[in-house]
Write a protein that binds this ligand. Structure first.
Ligand code: ZN
Length: 425
């Protein structure tokens, strides 16, 4: 077990102390910053040229989780620049973040400014390394770029400790080492089971972050529906874990569920955007051990009341109207995956995964893999799960039965009366 604290995570590649020394000259600067509207650009910089030494560039940054992410730059306006741009990349960004600044200042003057990224508009997942660089455009049309710098963006609201092996690393917050050990053991036990089912090993070692409360995890993703998160691109799982007594039961449900997402994502990497949600979540649900006790009664109620959600509606997203609807979507998906395994064997499920990876849409993935449309599969599954017909209430349909029962009752009553009349005193 090793321990690290907030500082361990923070990284200041540029020395920020230059900033203090420069404040006295700040007032004498003549410059004007133009547009600072952040835009998203696809390109990764525009030039291979490093800025000339005359520009004397210094950069720095500060990062406080979900509070601020600020980038500072100071340089001499030599050559004379017209525009400076900040580029920022995070693993979850589709495109590079870019903020442009127009420069209107005397040649040779020293310029410094900072840019704060709006973290309410730009979502960055925690525990990642961000990279950023600055680009310059001179008035004579030359483009320059600095080297790239790194920022460790971590959830520094807590102090974290961790335990690691080749395949698994588990992080927990101070005072939660017992829970951390349980998560570590459950993961080590479950990984081989999932490897056998999916017939592959995970390419990225698993890293699990245990948050001290559910709320602490939900604020990371700004969603009250989150009970656990898997980010397959970096093998990360984030879970709440507040109670050591219930940790074993909870982890045996949550960890294999999230591990399943990592395997599924790896096996459908060619077409992960189009993967049917019901299949991904359904597989994950079947690894929960023990199963969520809410699933069975919810399913039963939905069948009884005819409120089953059509699987076509569970292709790309799950409902979020109510907790019951969310849980029903999970319950149905798990139930359908179990049904497919029963009817088509494990090979049926593996064929489905391979077909998703081949790029088939959710609507025709079952056609190709199982030879049945999603609608027909839906109908078959519903038929197999219909509650048994209620037993017919007993009626005296045959009047003779009624009379026979009455007669037998009458004889019994007479016998009892006779016995009591001749009872010796
Ligand atoms: Zn899931």
């Amino acid at each position: 077990m090793r321990r690290f604290n907030k500082r361990w995570w923070r990284c200041f590649p540029g020395d920020v102390r230059w900033l203090y020394g420069l404040f006295p000259v700040w007032a004498g600067l003549i410059f004007l910053l133009g547009q600072t509207s952040p835009t998203f650009a696809k390109e990764n910089g525009q030039s291979d040229f490093t800025p000339p030494e005359s520009a004397d560039i210094s950069t720095s940054h500060t990062a406080t989780f979900q509070q601020s992410l600020t980038f500072s730059i100071a340089f001499v306006n030599e050559p004379r620049f017209e525009k400076v741009s900040l580029y920022l990349n995070a693993p979850n960004f589709r495109n590079t973040y870019r903020a442009d600044f127009d420069i209107d200042a005397e040649a040779g003057s020293r310029i410094e400014f900072e840019h704060a990224v709006d973290l309410t508009a730009v979502q960055i997942e925690p525990f990642v390394t961000l990279t950023y660089w600055w680009a310059f455009e001179s008035e004579d049309g030359m483009f320059f770029e600095t080297r790239s710098f790194e920022v460790e963006y971590v959830d520094d609201r807590f102090d974290w400790e961790f335990k690691t092996s080749n395949e698994v690393t588990v992080y927990w917050t101070t005072g939660q080492s017992e829970i951390g050990q349980v998560a570590f053991d459950v993961t080590a036990e479950m990984l081989p089971k999932l490897s056998r089912f999916y017939q592959t090993e995970l390419e990225t070692p698993v890293t699990i972050f245990l948050y001290p409360t559910e709320n602490a995890l939900q604020t990371v993703f700004n969603s009250e529906w989150i009970g656990g998160v898997a980010t397959p691109h970096n093998g990360r799982i984030m879970l709440p874990a507040s109670n050591a007594r219930t940790a074993v039961v909870n982890f045996r449900r949550q960890i294999p569920h999230e591990l399943s997402h990592l395997f599924f994502d790896q096996l459908t990497a060619n077409h992960r955007e189009g993967a049917p949600k019901w299949l991904d979540e359904g597989l994950a649900v079947t690894f929960e051990d023990p199963p969520n006790s809410n699933y069975a009664p919810l399913l039963e109620k939905a069948f009884e009341e005819g409120n089953v959600i059509p699987f076509e509606l569970l292709c790309s997203q799950f409902p979020t109207q109510s907790t019951d609807m969310v849980l029903l979507a999970y319950a149905q998906s798990g139930s359908l995956v179990n049904y497919i395994e029963t009817e088509y064997g494990r090979g049926g499920l593996q064929a489905l995964i391979a077909t998703v990876n081949d790029g088939r849409s959710c609507e025709n993935v079952t056609d190709v893999a199982l030879g049945i449309s999603l609608q027909e599969l839906n109908t078959d599954w519903e038929a197999a799960n219909q509650p048994p017909p209620a037993p017919t209430p007993f009626t005296f349909s045959n009047p003779n039965i009624f009379w026979i029962i009455l007669l037998v009752g009458g004889f019994g009553l007479m016998g009892l009366l006779a016995r009591s009349a001749f009872q010796p005193r």
